[in-house]
Every structure is written in C-alpha cells, then in structure tokens.
Design a protein around this ligand. Structure first.
Ligand code: WTA
Length: 658
C-alpha cells in the first residue's frame, strides 16, 4: 500500500530512518519543453555539476558575471567552518541588480509586478515605475533617519508596497526583517526586539477572505514594548480607522509625496547584511536567520533561471506570502533579478469562490505557477470542478515547495492543473539555505512524484548515518550539505553559539539540515520531514516548543506537549496534550479558550487542531517529555515503539483511554 511521507516523518529517528514510501512512476519532460529550455540535456547538467566541483572559481564566476558589480570581487570563498564569506572584495547592490540593470534595455517598459488585490483591483508596475517608487521610498526612509545597517521591520500583506519596501531597504543597505502579516502582536514584538528594529512599515489593514486584518492595530500593540522603535510608516489600503501617534507615525503617501524619484544604490560589500528572517526552532525562541548580500543575490538569480527556466515572455506566479523565505527569494528577488514579470496576489485562494487561483491564472495568462503542497491538498478537497471551469492552457511549468508532496497530490497537480503537459519542479530548500538546493531542472530531469530529485550544480548534498558514513540506496538518514554555498545563512542573528550548535555540531564541517531523507538507486533525494520536534503545518514550520510555551502561559495550564499527526489537507494537524492546574476542570469551553489563546499569542496557524487534557505527560527519567509516544497516540491511538525509558507506565494507559 502506498503510504504518505507524513507517516514517514512521524517515525522517530534513531540511527536511521525507516522509509515507507514506494513510488515507481517516472515522468520525462516533453521534447517540446526540452527543446526550448535553458538547460536541455542531461549532459549539460552533468558538465555544470563537474565544473562546479572541479573549477568553482569559473562556475560561480560565470554566474556572477551576469550581474552588476561596482567593484569586482577578489576572493571567491573564505571558509573557516562554520563561517563563510563569499565574493569578498566585491561591492554590489541587490536593488540595483533587480531594477537599474534593466532600465537601459527594452525591459524598462516591461511589467515587473502584476498585482491583483483580493477585492479584484489590478495594478501593474513596469521596471521604470517600480524603480521610481523604490527610489522615492528609499528617500522617505532616509528622511526618517534610516541608515546603512539599521534594521527595518516590515509587517504587511501582499501588496506591491511590501516589495517596494524590501527593495528600498536593500537599496540603502538597511536590513529588512519581514514578519508574516498573520502573526500576532506578540510574535511581531519579539521579532522586532530581537533584531533591534528602528522603523516598522505596516498598513492600516489587509484584505483577507472579504474581511480586514487590522495590521496597524497589532503593530500599535507590539510597539508598546519595542524600545528601539523610532518610527512607523503606514500604508493606507483598507481605510479602516487607525490611531496615528504624533511624531512616531507617518503615512506612506505623505512620505512619498515630495520625495525624489532618484536615489543612487549604495555600494555595499558582498557580505553586507541583507535580511533577517525569523523561523521557528525546537526551543521556544524563534531563530533569526541572517543572510548577506552578494551570495543571496547570486543564488536567487541563478536558481530562478535554472529551476523555473524563466524566459522573457513568461508570467510567473509564486503564491507564497512575502513573510516567508519563498516570498523573499521567489516572489521578489529571483524574478526581478532575471528581469521577469512576477505576479502578486493579495488574498485567499478561496475568495470569493474556491476557483480564485485558477481565475487569476486565466486572467493574467500565468505560465509558471509555484505553490505549496498544502494548498494543492486544499484544492483537491474543494473539488475538480473549480480548475475545470477555467482555461489553464497558458501554464507551461509547475512548482512546489515547503514540505514533501504526497504522490496523490502530485498526480492531481500534474493532471488537473498541468493538463499532463507541464513538468513539476519539487524544490527542496530552507529559510537557512536562502534558495533552492535540490530540484529537477525542468527541461532535463525525469521526475518521480514525491521526490525533489537531484541537487543543483554547486550543491553537495548527501544522506548520511549518525556516524557520517553515507547511507545505502533507500536507507533513511540525515540530509546534510557537505560544502558551503553562496546563499547559506551566515549565523543566527545575535546568537552564533546557537548557530554552531544547531547546524554544525552533528557533523564536523557539514551543514546539518535537520531533515530526514533517503536517496534511491538513481541518486534521487526523497525528503521525509524534520527529525526534531519542529512541525510543519500547511507548509509552515512551527516550533512545538513555542506553542507549548504559549499554552503554558495560560493560567489554567501546567504543562503541555504539542505534536503533529498526519492530516490530509494540512499535511500535519497539531494535537496539544495539556495538563491542568489542580483546581481547573476540563471542559469543551476551556479547549476553545486555549485554542484562541494560542491564536492571539502566536497567530491562527499555530492554533492546535485538537486539545487533549491529560493527568500527566509521559516523561523520561530525566524529565524530558517523550513526544514520540504522544505522536503515536495522536496518530494511531496506540504505542508500538520502545517505552523502556518511560518513567511512569500508568500515564500511558490513561492517555490511550482518552
Ligand atoms: C521542508 C521553506 C520536502 C523541509 C522553503 C525543510 C520540504 C523545511 C520541501 C524548510 C520539499 C521544504 N520536499 N520537504 N520540496 N521544501 N521542505 O524554512 O523539512 O519554511 O527543512 O523553508 O520545509 O522550511 P522553511
């Protein structure tokens, strides 16, 4: 029986990981696609791989040569594990490479961004127009005292101004810290404080499913306790009433009104800080993934070109939110570096009807579509009739990211959306890697549903055992990267110790991804999910510890453990085991209260799907909660794994009976 990846990811990892997925189907790109593709033969792919290994100076130098450098770089890589510096001696600017570089060509009048709002309004910004807006906003930021190296928070919805804000930051060398608009005031505050943000850019509100998400209100709440914050910039989008604090708050439009549409791009060192983006870790505090300029730029440029085979007449749509790394590298930077047309859509996929995405594709003649498996599973549930109502023949390439895609969803995507005609690129990567690492090249690589296939040229990935030896074909193990790459994170902001511990302590000199995987006999990678306690819900990585600490912050709760169980739509559903204070009575109402509590504290994506009250949690003798057992109970109601380290067996009995 074909099982899903999720079941594999729920397996506990000791020395190796048991693989339970067997998928034999292979799909080759059509001759028609291959002939037109940038890379059209397996031989060429292999040549590139070899070049990257044998002559890295030439391989990376060739890619870097496509981009603009104010001063050429001198040294390709300085590597003192685990700290890398790439392209040292060089000076460049990401915003310049995304915009100015295209202004001396016909692309000046090409659509850079096509944007569709949830209510149906559409705006198009050409490269020239986008350049002007970015320059004006860069001037606006400077008028508020923002300087090179300052951190600027961005807490917005999917509007072109979010991209403008990012590009304006990188233009002046300010470091952006984008926080997903669905996060709560509390989550925003923590991320602003950790990164010492000086300015926060937000909106009055953002449209979502016909309603308004009041971003400014949450920003005000957060700002009460952000000592470093000097100013807020507020974009008017939804026209709901907001409080504007004198001197601190400024309307976006007022800043833009008299600002000049010219602003030179700062000449930044290759290793100048580019952005911080927070992602959940297995201990409570989110990790500030820290990226730098040249390496990130180069890899976003190259991977967008290779993986999406992006061409001049493509309309490219990545449906990720700007608050995730995918929104950074593949909504904004990658496509703009390539002078491509990137589509942004503001709202929900099922508003006003479950066919909204297909309507957007038909309306704008989207040719490349990149989305998440969790979205695909939701589309499947909503029904085939929705895509079938629309002409999707403009599509030529599909992509997925965020979690393993189960073969059933892959096949649905292939048939219903791709009309059996579009290669699917299943792209494996992480916030930490900055860009795509393992993925098919669409004109070349035969695909197998559920496999991210092969590492890109320049990336040395492997699956290894605990002792570092390579796994045999189909033996599950740990996914590692054995050589530094340009867009790798440089550290965790403000916590180099944790950086070393998290990624570099398991294997000397190799980057540990935290994922379990196997390689099949053809060398294809099959990623099985996280090996630690971080859970992936709807394609978003959430630290269970964060959710647990939020639950425990409620007065009724003494202890909690959050685990994931497989869920058809979301990939994982969150189950929270909760023990209550002795005076508290379990009730359905309390379950609801706790769920909303987490929603308020972290955001609604972290709300447990199910809450189970327990007298006690299973622990090891040293007091560690055994989440592995809870995971089994939540998924199957049974425990089959090893329980020898369990302290109190009766606890388990009670949980089973629940
Ligand atoms: C998972 C998202 C299987 C993986 C860009 C990784 C995937 C984590 C895939 C990173 C894929 C992402 N197949 N698993 N194609 N893409 N993942 O930081 O567990 O939000 O480590 O970055 O998502 O999530 P993050």
């Amino acid at each position: 029986m074909a099982k899903t990846f999720r079941e594999a990811s729920a397996t506990n990892v000791s020395d190796s990981i048991k693989s339970v997925l067997h998928e034999e189907r292979v799909f080759n790109p059509s001759d028609e696609f291959s002939e037109e593709a940038r890379i059209s033969s397996l031989r060429r792919y292999k040549t590139l791989r070899r070049l990257a290994e044998k002559d890295p100076e030439k391989f990376w130098g060739n890619i870097a040569a496509d981009l603009h450098w104010f001063t050429p770089w001198k040294k390709l890589l300085s590597w003192r594990a685990p700290h890398a510096k790439w392209f040292t001696g060089g000076k460049t600017n990401l915003s310049y490479n995304c915009l100015d570089r295209h202004l001396n060509s016909w692309k000046k009048t090409k659509a850079a961004i096509i944007w569709e709002g949830e209510p149906g309004d559409v705006r198009t910004l050409t490269y020239q127009q986008l350049h002007s807006e970015v320059c004006k906003f860069a001037n606006g930021l400077e008028s508020l005292g923002v300087k090179k190296g300052d951190t600027v928070g961005i807490y917005m919805g999917m509007v072109p101004e979010a991209a403008i804000a990012m590009l304006a930051c990188t233009r002046i060398g300010a470091v952006h810290n984008v926080v997903f608009g669905g996060f709560s005031a509390e989550a925003l505050r923590e991320r602003m404080n950790d990164s010492n943000a000086k300015v926060l850019i937000t909106q009055d509100g953002s449209y979502r499913r016909g309603g308004i998400v009041e971003l400014k209100k949450a920003a005000d709440e957060a700002a009460k306790k952000i000592p470093t914050l000097e100013h807020m910039i507020v974009l008017k989008r939804t026209d709901n009433e907001v409080m504007m604090k004198r001197k601190r708050d400024h309307w976006w439009n007022d800043l833009m009104l008299n600002a000049s549409a010219n602003h030179g791009a700062a000449r930044l060192n290759s290793e100048h800080p580019l952005y911080i983006l927070y992602t959940s870790g297995s201990t409570g505090k989110p990790k500030g993934i820290f990226h730098t300029t040249a390496g990130n730029m180069l890899w976003a440029y190259y991977t967008t070109r290779m993986v999406f085979d992006i061409q001049d007449d493509d309309v490219y749509w990545c449906s990720a939110d700007i608050g995730w790394v995918t929104g950074h590298s593949y909504v904004v930077y990658g496509p703009l570096l390539n002078g491509a047309t990137t589509l942004m859509y503001e709202g929900a996929p099922n508003w006003p009807e479950p066919d909204r995405f297909w309507e957007v594709i038909e309306r704008h003649k989207v040719s490349i579509f990149y989305t998440a498996p969790t979205a695909i599973r939701a589309f499947m549930r909503w029904g085939d009739e929705h895509p079938q109502k629309h002409d999707l023949s403009s599509l030529r390439l599909l992509g997925t990211v965020g979690e393993p895609i189960n073969p059933k969803a892959w096949m649905w995507y292939h048939r219903l959306i791709g009309g059996k005609n579009c290669p699917i690129v299943d792209t494996w990567w992480q916030t930490e890697t900055g860009g795509i690492m393992i993925s098919p090249l669409p004109g070349v690589t035969p695909t197998k549903p559920g496999s991210a296939t092969l590492p890109l040229p320049g990336i040395q990935a492997d699956v290894v055992r605990k002792d570092g030896t390579s796994c045999n074909p189909d033996e599950g193990g740990y996914l590692v990267i054995k050589h530094p790459w340009p867009s790798m994170l440089r550290t965790l902001f403000g916590d180099d110790k944790r950086y070393k511990e998290t990624y570099w302590s398991n294997y000397k000199g190799w980057y540990f991804t935290g994922d379990g995987a196997r390689k099949d006999k053809d060398g294809y990678f099959w990623v099985m999910g996280r090996v630690d306690d971080v859970v992936n819900v709807s394609g978003h990585r959430l630290g269970t510890a964060e959710i647990e600490s939020s639950l425990v912050s409620h007065r009724a709760v003494v202890e909690s453990a959050v685990v994931a169980r497989p869920d058809e739509i979301k990939g994982n559903a969150l189950v929270a085991f909760v023990t209550l204070g002795s005076k508290m009575k379990p009730s359905a109402a309390l379950k609801e209260t706790l769920r909303s509590h987490v929603g308020r504290e972290i955001g609604s994506i972290a709300k447990p799907d199910e809450i189970r009250f327990a007298e006690a949690l299973p622990k090891t003798r040293s007091g560690k909660i055994m989440r592995r057992l809870l995971r089994e109970i939540a998924s199957t109601g049974q425990v089959s794994g090893d329980i020898t380290t369990l302290e109190d067996f009766s606890v388990l009995e009670e949980l089973r009976e629940e």
